[in-house]
Structure formats: structure tokens, C-alpha cells
Design a protein around this ligand. Structure first.
Ligand code: SF4
Length: 423
């Protein structure tokens, strides 16, 4: 989401004549597009802000802006704590950024965090950081209020973009040579709420699947309570939709899921994952898990450990809980000790490593379609890309294949990356 917002901001600003420079020291204005999802993300922004403090003091024309979730979360307080900041803009005010920058002079402080919903504007500017793979927002905000999550407070309520605007944006990207698009939403499965006529996420996938010369469709994120057979059918039947789903489980303990306000039980999740695997053989399932949620006992952790073994995720992002006021769980005592969180985090990481390795081994001998994304970091002679089920894969090939879909026979694997040969 933030990557795409940064592209949008870059597009709007370059349209107005701004240039991106690669060194903050050379910039006339430094903008931080921030994330508030964990304390660690905010701490990094603060560290970067401190580095620019003396530059701002010496140069009254130098501007510093805080954009995104941290701006919405802390608002005016940011000016008090960090007087070097000139502009604070929340995620729903994103389209005002060029005007706000134009207005920012001298010591005036500009605060724009008032909008609760992102306007349904078409994407402004046309900046994309990739050349064959692009993000496309299909909706903004979230109505789910999971108790640990700050997103509904900082990104506002859910707004779906009209289907026609999305399909037009995809066509435009394909005309420019993009081959793969990733549809973005906090919960893509509730796409269509508030739009006229009955339009669902599978309908949207169907429409995008018809876009000529588009090769691949990915999407993220799906809330397990809303992921259903219609979605699984779309993954199975629509040829451009890749066989991968990011389905955050968060915990294997029903007690924790209830405290997290996730609105499903582990049994429901498992049933859906089994159904999907049956309908779409070889599908990749990735997930998010939180360790150390308030009051989580060893037995709750064991339930998550067991769930990880049973579902056999292809990959997992594991997070140590940190309270994010005003999210509801910030009122609960953060009573799991840091050392315990760390241990649980490490235990899940090492289990996932084994499972991922096992999953990857089962692909040895198969032929996979890979979109060559660029040179591998390990060798100049190798390219790296992802299979349709989202597993990274390296293979020997020349740079001329970057951006192309290639058939690769899998010959070996590490826990994270497949190794193949072009067929
Ligand atoms: S679904 Fe839950 S975790 Fe995801 S963005 Fe919405 S509130 Fe946050």
C-alpha cells in the first residue's frame, strides 16, 4: 500500500515539475511516507528525522514532510516533538500534497489529516517503480477493526474504486508494457461495498482477466472470514490469476482470535485452506502471524505452532505484538515478556523454514512458469523471478529475458528459493 502511495506521490510531484534525487542532502524537500503498523517502523522514521534536523536549522528553505499513517496517527503532536517538520499529511489527504507543498514557506506549519476516506480519484500522474510488474489499488481503508490494528484509524473507512476505473488503469499499464499486476486492498474480498450494482471481487477478477496481453494477476490481502468458494473458483478457472493467496491467520488459538476480533475460528480457516488446496492443487498459501498478543499463554502459542504444521504455509510473516493506540487491544496489558515474544517468534520462524523447504522440495522435477524479474543477487549469470504460486526461483539466463515469462524445470531448492533450468 505504501509503495503504491509513494509511486502516486512521485507521479503527482513529477507532473508538477519536481525531480526525484537519490540523496536527501541534495533535496530541497524530504518527504517520509510513513507506516505505523508497528512501533519499529515509526522508530526508523524518527531516526531519519533526527538526521535532517541540523540541515533544516541551517537552511530555512529546506522542507520536511511526514506523510501517511504516522501523520494521521500523531497529527499536530509531530510539530511539537519534532519542530524540524513543516508538513504533516494523512493517507486520505494524499491528493492534496502538491498544493500543500506549494503553500509551504517560511516557518508556517501545514497540517492536513482531516479526511476520513480516500476520494475515489483516478490515479494521478503515472509514476511506476517497476517496468513489467505494477500495483493497482482497488480499494482504500478498512472496516474490520481487528483489535490490534491501526489501519482503520489511519487509513479510514473502506472505499472501493469503480470497476471501470480499475480495468482502464490495467489496460493502460498493459499498453505501456506491464505484464503482471497486483491488486491491492486491505481486504480485497469485500471489494464492491458501496458501489452501484452488485460487483464482487471475483467479478472484478473476471473483468481484468479479459484484458488482452496481460499475463498475470495477483492480489493481496484476503481476510479469511470473507475468502470463499467463489474466490477459489476464480483462482482455479481464470487463466491469468496466479495460484497464490495471502491469507493472514494471525493465531491458531480461538481465544486469541476472539480477542483479536478476527471473526473466525481456526477450524473455519483450516476448512477453507483445505478446500482451496483441493480445488487448486499446488496453490501457494502465505500468512501473517502475531506472537505475544496480550494474555497469550504457552497453550495459545502451541495452538499457533500446531496450526502452522497443519496448514503447511508456503511462507509466513511473523510479528511480535506491539500496542498501537488507539487500536482496541492497546487497552489490554502488554503482559507477554519481550524474551518470550522473541522465543515464540524464533520457534515459528524455524518451523516455517522447515515447512517452506519441504514445500519447495515437492516442486523439484516440475516445470514452472517464472516471470524473470531481474538479476539474482548471488550471481551475475542468474536471473530471479517468481513462480505462479509465488515462490522465488533462480535460473541461468541472460539479461535479455528480464521481463519475460519463461518455463523453468526445478532442479533443486533452498528453504526460500528454487533453483531451475530453462526448458
Ligand atoms: S482486516 Fe484487520 S488487520 Fe487487516 S487492515 Fe483491516 S483491521 Fe487491519
Amino acid at each position: 500500500m505504501n509503495d503504491r502511495d509513494s509511486e502516486l506521490i512521485e507521479g503527482m510531484l513529477t507532473e508538477k515539475g519536481f525531480q526525484i534525487v537519490d540523496d536527501a542532502e541534495k533535496a530541497d524537500i524530504a518527504l517520509f511516507n510513513t507506516c505505523s503498523v508497528r512501533q519499529h517502523a515509526e522508530d526508523r522514521v524518527i531516526g531519519n528525522l533526527q538526521k535532517l534536523k541540523s540541515r533544516r536549522k541551517k537552511d530555512p528553505n529546506f522542507r520536511i514532510g511526514i506523510l501517511g499513517c504516522m501523520a494521521k496517527r500523531h497529527g499536530e503532536m509531530l510539530f511539537k516533538e519534532y519542530p524540524q517538520i513543516d508538513i504533516v499529511v494523512g493517507p486520505s489527504n494524499i491528493y492534496d500534497i502538491p498544493d500543500l507543498i506549494a503553500r509551504s514557506t517560511g516557518s508556517e506549519k501545514i497540517l492536513a489529516v482531516d479526511k476520513e476516506k480516500r476520494p475515489k480519484k483516478k490515479a494521478a500522474g503515472d509514476s511506476r517503480s517497476g517496468i513489467f510488474s505494477a500495483f493497482v489499488n482497488i480499494m482504500y481503508g478498512c472496516d474490520n477493526f481487528c483489535s490490534y490494528c491501526i489501519v482503520p484509524y489511519v487509513r479510514g473507512r473502506e472505499v472501493s474504486r469503480p470497476k471501470k476505473d480499475i480495468v482502464d488503469e490495467v489496460k493502460h499499464l498493459v499498453d505501456k508494457g506491464f505484464k503482471e499486476i497486483t491488486l491491492l486492498g486491505q481486504n480485497v474480498n469485500s471489494y464492491g461495498k458501496g458501489l452501484s450494482g452488485k460487483v464482487t471481487f471475483p467479478h472484478l477478477l473476471e473483468a481484468i482477466n479479459k484484458v488482452k496481453d496481460l499475463e498475470r494477476i495477483r492480489f493481496t490481502t484476503s481476510h479469511p472470514k470473507d475468502a470463499d468458494k467463489a474466490l477459489f473458483r476464480a483462482i482455479r478457472d481464470l487463466d491469468k490469476v496466479c495460484e497464490h493467496i495471502h491469507l493472514p491467520l494471525q493465531s491458531g488459538s480461538d481465544k486469541m482470535l476472539d480477542l483479536m476480533n478476527r471473526k473466525y475460528k481456526y477450524g473455519d480457516y483450516k476448512e477453507k485452506a483445505d478446500q482451496l488446496k483441493e480445488m487448486v492443487p499446488g496453490v501457494g498459501i502465505s500468512t501473517d502471524l502475531i506472537v505475544g498478543f496480550p494474555s497469550a499463554k504457552e497453550s495459545d502459542f502451541k495452538a499457533t505452532y500446531k496450526a502452522m504444521k497443519e496448514v503447511e504455509f508456503n511462507s509466513a510473516f511473523i510479528f511480535k505484538y506491539s500496542p498501537r493506540p488507539p487500536a482496541e487491544s492497546s487497552c489490554l496489558v502488554d503482559d507477554v515478556k519481550e524474551a518470550v515474544k522473541k522465543k515464540r517468534n524464533n520457534d515459528l520462524l524455524s518451523l516455517q523454514k522447515k515447512i517452506s523447504h519441504q514445500k519447495n522440495r515437492s516442486m523439484i522435477g516440475t516445470e514452472q512458469e517464472v516471470l524473470a524479474e531481474g538479476k539474482s543477487r548471488m550471481s551475475d549469470k542468474e536471473l530471479i523471478g517468481r513462480t505462479r504460486n509465488n515462490t522465488p526461483c533462480v535460473f541461468k539466463a541472460g539479461e535479455d529475458l528480464i521481463g519475460k515469462l519463461v518455463k523453468v524445470k526445478i532442479k533443486g531448492t533452498s528453504p526460500t528459493t528454487l533453483k531451475g533450468e530453462i526448458v
